[in-house]
Design a binder for this molecule. Structure first.
Ligand code: F6R
Length: 610
């Protein structure tokens, strides 16, 4: 959560900082701030509660803000509400300014210690202890770098820091423990940021800081050391991120753009991974064949939408004889469990920086799980760097907080994995060539499903005054219903819950009345007759149903039942196709409700706190 950008440049850094914050705003958007050294020994700082536009207003109102060194931050509040005082950068003694992404776990203890030393606090944040501690060490005679090192040595928690000293313009110190941080090398300057998107207008050349790294960033020189001051060698990388991939174009929202990019995203994720009749195992990594050959079961770990992708994969993998467990990453670490033999841990994440997923992967390794595979959308992310096998989803940058194209491409990647696992199991009857053909047809099927938008737009009106909604499905489509409910609640704030349709009569049916819209997906599969029965149970109680149905199901609209037909698709890819109308429904309900679709309240895209 929280985004950091810092720059040392040969021209005013203000546009770099504001441009960087704009690209980082997806990481947190409840307040923002910046500080520049406008003359040696002097900071200019501006902070504003609310979205970045408030900071931009403050900047315009403040006339000339300029300096060649500066740091900036967009916040997702953890400690202290999103007020100006709690916004970063925090400054201590007028000399040290600091931005932080993460949490200092021992902040209370440090606050007491610093207060005993006579230091005063201006905010309720945990971050302020860091800047005060650095200042205290400097006040007692330490140089800037030594003060930073000593301070970091006494912090508990996971964080990324950007720190400047007003007396040393032209220098930023960055430090990483847990939360992501990169340093960039450009023609006009050097940079520090939470991710490459923040500095892509300045440079493509960057270094990923590892946990424990401290980067001393000066014009023309970046030196990376560890806490003990030993030099660390880190590769310089070149990002292939295209700035235009981040432009919104003619769309109203990034979410809309990302929903409509899904056909292309699926093609890009398949490209180079399949031949006419085979999935190329090597696309998971050079060790893939050896590891997959001995894999006896799979443990999937993920959060939120990615977790739903994992639940779909369980059906696919088990149908080809591969035992599979799926667990919410933050729950996986909450208990001891037996370590299965030859188990492949598959972690799913759009960002690759979700701390719960990273921690769960670490825990699995600690417990002795044999191997790891990351399915991820962000190259060079922590998850990718911590996994043995990798399959990148090529969804392109996903900026809307609600995940859409990342989910669909995760499903494609997981389908590829299932096909490989089927190949390894002689008793599986899955026909690989048929499965490949179905995947090849997928982009066109996605495109034609997107054409349902006008019909869905109309249906969305029915949700305008509703407070609650139920989503029902059976089998492999139950996780799709869960994903549909999550999309609706997170962007429209309509309370939505998904139930396995068979569970309805075990409790939730009590909620059904004419004010509770019930959304269902009805593929033409073995569960259909039972689902039809569940639909009737709702109708009999006056419930109003909206059913997205495969045209082969012959379900038709009648009283209290509105059916939207979807062109019939093979059951293997049906979960991917049925996702699309639910995304569009959530989008149009949110549009009617006038919520901030790309930045729903209280959320952030990259969840880097536990
Ligand atoms: C919901 C959503 C979240 C993320 C979750 C995990 O639309 O986007 O539920 O799926 O925070 O994020 P990643 O996939 O980046 O690990």
């Amino acid at each position: 959560m929280c985004g950091i950008i810092g720059a040392v440049s040969n021209s005013n850094v203000l546009p770099v900082l504001l441009g960087g914050l704009k690209r980082l705003e997806y990481r947190g958007y409840d307040s923002s701030g910046l500080a520049v050294i406008n003359e040696p020994g002097k900071f200019l700082r501006l902070r504003a509660p609310g979205k970045l536009v408030e900071l931009e207003r403050a900047v315009s109102a403040n006339g000339e803000i300029s300096g060649l060194t500066g740091i900036a931050h967009t916040r997702w509040a953890t400690h202290g509400p999103p007020t100006e005082q709690n916004a970063h950068p925090h400054i201590s003694g007028g000399r040290i300014a600091l931005v932080c992404n993460g949490i200092v776990e021992n902040h209370e203890e440090l606050r007491t210690l610093l207060t005993d030393e006579g230091m005063e606090f201006q905010s309720e944040t945990d971050t302020e202890v860091i800047v005060n501690l650095i200042f205290l060490h400097m006040d007692k005679g330490s140089d800037f770098m030594t003060a930073v090192r000593t301070c970091i040595g006494s912090l508990k928690g996971a964080f990324a820091l950007g720190i400047v000293n007003a007396d040393e313009p032209g220098r930023i110190i960055g430090a990483r423990r847990g939360s992501p941080l990169i340093a960039g090398i450009g023609e006009a300057g050097v940079y520090l940021a939470s991710d490459i998107s923040a500095m892509i207008a300045q440079t493509r050349k960057f270094i990923v800081l590892e946990n424990g790294d401290i980067a001393d960033i000066r014009q023309g020189k970046i030196e990376i050391t560890n806490l003990d001051g030993q030099l660390q060698n880190r590769d310089t990388r070149i990002s292939d991120l295209k700035p235009q991939a981040m432009e919104i174009g003619d769309y109203r929202h990034y979410m809309e753009k990302e929903i409509f990019e899904q056909g292309q995203a699926v093609s890009d994720t398949l490209e180079g991974r399949i031949t006419a009749s085979r999935v190329l195992e090597a696309c998971f990594g050079t060790e893939a064949e050896r590891i997959f050959d001995k894999t006896e079961n799979i443990q999937i770990l993920a959060c939120g939408t990615s977790y739903h992708a994992g639940l779909v994969a369980k059906y696919w993998l088990e149908s080809v004889g591969m035992p599979c467990q799926v667990e919410i990453a933050s729950e996986f670490t909450s208990r001891k469990h037996p370590t299965p033999k030859n188990c492949l841990v598959v972690s799913l994440s759009q960002s690759g920086e979700t701390i719960d997923t990273l921690t769960a992967l670490d825990y699995a390794k600690h417990c002795g799980y044999a191997h790891s595979l990351a399915i991820c959308n962000v190259p060079d992310s922590s998850l990718v760097r911590n996994s043995e096998l990798i399959l990148m989803t090529h969804a392109g940058p996903e900026i809307g907080v609600a995940s859409t194209k990342a989910f669909v491409t995760q499903l494609v990647a997981l389908r590829l994995l299932s096909i490989i696992m089927a190949r390894k199991n002689s008793s599986s009857d899955l026909d690989e060539a048929d499965s490949i053909r179905e995947l090849r047809e997928l982009p066109a099927n996605v495109e034609s499903t997107l054409e349902l938008e006008p019909a869905i737009q109309e249906i969305a009106q029915q949700f305008a005054n509703k407070q609650h909604a139920l989503f029902l499905a059976r089998g492999i489509h139950f996780p799709i219903a869960m994903e549909g409910a999550l999309k609706l609640k997170e962007i429209s704030y309509v309370h939505a819950e998904a139930y396995a349709a068979g569970e309805l009569k075990h409790g939730p049916l009590a909620l059904v009345d004419q004010d509770m819209p019930v959304v269902s997906v009805a593929p033409n599969d073995a569960q259909l007759d039972k689902l039809k029965g569940n639909i009737e149970e709702v109708r009999a109680r006056g419930g109003k149903l909206i059913v997205f149905a495969d045209s082969e199901t012959r379900l038709s609209s009648r009283e209290n039942l509105q059916v939207i037909n979807i062109a019939s698709v093979e059951s293997s890819i049906a979960p991917i196709i049925f996702t699309i109308p639910l995304q569009l429904l959530a989008y149009h309900v949110a549009l009617i409700k006038g919520t901030d679709i790309d930045k729903p309240r209280n959320l952030a895209k990259s969840v880097t706190v536990e």
